[in-house]
Design a protein around this ligand. Sequence first.
Ligand SMILES: NC(=O)c1ccc[n+]([C@@H]2O[C@H](COP(=O)([O-])OP(=O)(O)OC[C@H]3O[C@@H](n4cnc5c(N)ncnc54)[C@H](O)[C@@H]3O)[C@@H](O)[C@H]2O)c1
Ligand SMILES: *[C@@H]1O[C@H](CO)[C@@H](O)[C@H](O)[C@H]1NC(C)=O
Length: 449
Amino acid sequence: MEKAAPVAFASAKMRALKEDELFPSTPGKFKIERSHQFHRQYQRCFASSTTIFLWVIFLIALTASFLSFQPFLSSSSRLSSAHSWGGLQWERQVRVSASPRRPSGLTVLVTGAAGFIGSHCSLALRKRGDGIVGLDNFNSYYDPSLKKARRSHLSSHSIFIVDGDINDARLLSKLFDIVPFSHVLHLAAQAGVRYAIENPSSYIHSNIAGLVTLLEAVKSADPQPAFIWASSSSVYGLNDIVPFSESHRTDRPASLYAATKKAGEEITHTYNHIHGLSITGLRFFTVYGPWGRPDMAYFFFTKAILAGKPITIYRGRDGLNLARDFTYIDDIVRGCLAALDTAGKSTGSGGKKRGAAPYRIFNLGNTSPVNVPTLVSILERHLKLKAKKHVIEMPSNGDVPFTHANITLAMAELGYKPTTNIDAGLKKFVKWYISYYGHAARGIFKTNL
Ligand SMILES: NC(=O)c1ccc[n+]([C@@H]2O[C@H](COP(=O)([O-])OP(=O)(O)OC[C@H]3O[C@@H](n4cnc5c(N)ncnc54)[C@H](O)[C@@H]3O)[C@@H](O)[C@H]2O)c1
Ligand SMILES: *[C@@H]1O[C@H](CO)[C@@H](O)[C@H](O)[C@H]1NC(C)=O
């Protein structure tokens, strides 16, 4: 359902190259060869006792010079890091943003706060008087100017977003040192299904390595916060029993993205089991709405229809239409806040748990799947324009043909009840889109689709 534009692909390739430099695909290889070579030299040079003596002197000198240079090396790597944090002014901003404006308000670290769902949740928390600190690395998976615009919107409601990566353990430990967070709402991730074909390591970096770094910091924090995080409906993978229930199989993922989310559910389980972290995993079903993600179909269809460009619609293998259980952002936000409010406490301290802590998983969907032609016709009506449709068979790229949530559990435990249907939700999205991209949205796009 999500079809990326050619221009987006080209720039994504350049991104992939950059990421490849950071995360080589076979990090161990070079070291092994080097150590073989070293081994041969070692045998040659250490033949006599005098050379051993000279080598020892040399090694002592080397170690001494390394130790005296180390402080310089680590401070210079801090300076060259892409993200800047620290200092008195920065700490003051963090503290002010973190303090609740109501008695017994929550203090929440929101990761991915410059993202679609994270920005909406942060605003909703602030509106009811909770304290929030955002964390986001503003990566360029999609246009970072949209993330920056969300940040200025949040900052006008006095919410501060720290510019940093969830893989930065020093930053995390600093944040937990200066703020006694009651909750972590973890929404930072490499989202999207198809981008894994170009850049698989970005999914491992954010959804696995980053998750573990964050959980380590949460585990060691005092007080130990409750952890609420975004899993995905994609964990149902090849499951074809509908509607999808939390008790269904999730061991047959159809994409790397889904596999990393499934891994997250199991990784969080071990932190719950060993360290007493209170865990709530939320399986979101195709979230859409104002300030949404440009890599999702409803968003780039809107852009293309306004620009008079054709859109590609995927048809399922057997001629069936693809369908998604589209869920409006405000409904998801209410579900997230209810998950924060009902999360039991973590029970660990100093890395040990004192008793069992809750481990919960909920579907957050809308329960009425919408197929692509219907989605397009609703957009056409709200945009008052006809789409140029190009229908092709779906390639196998990780997208599943159908999603449909059973939300009985979330209704019972969270009081979750979606209230916005696709027509009302897309109307609000289109209104936002036109006001955000302005009249430029009509007809004068020079790029893609
Ligand atoms: N939107 C949906 O339909 C949907 C469906 C299922 C699950 N989810 C999940 O919900 C969460 C939020 O999704 P979204 O739609 O708001 O996506 P998004 O891409 O708009 O938001 C994610 C944010 O996290 C940030 N981020 C990514 N990696 C990071 C890292 N290593 N360190 C710090 N920040 C990082 C990004 O810059 C981005 O702003 C994600 O975990 C996503 O997988 C979303
Ligand atoms: C939905 O899930 C609940 C359990 O959470 C189950 O009892 C119910 O039968 C499911 N409904 C359908 C229609 O599958």
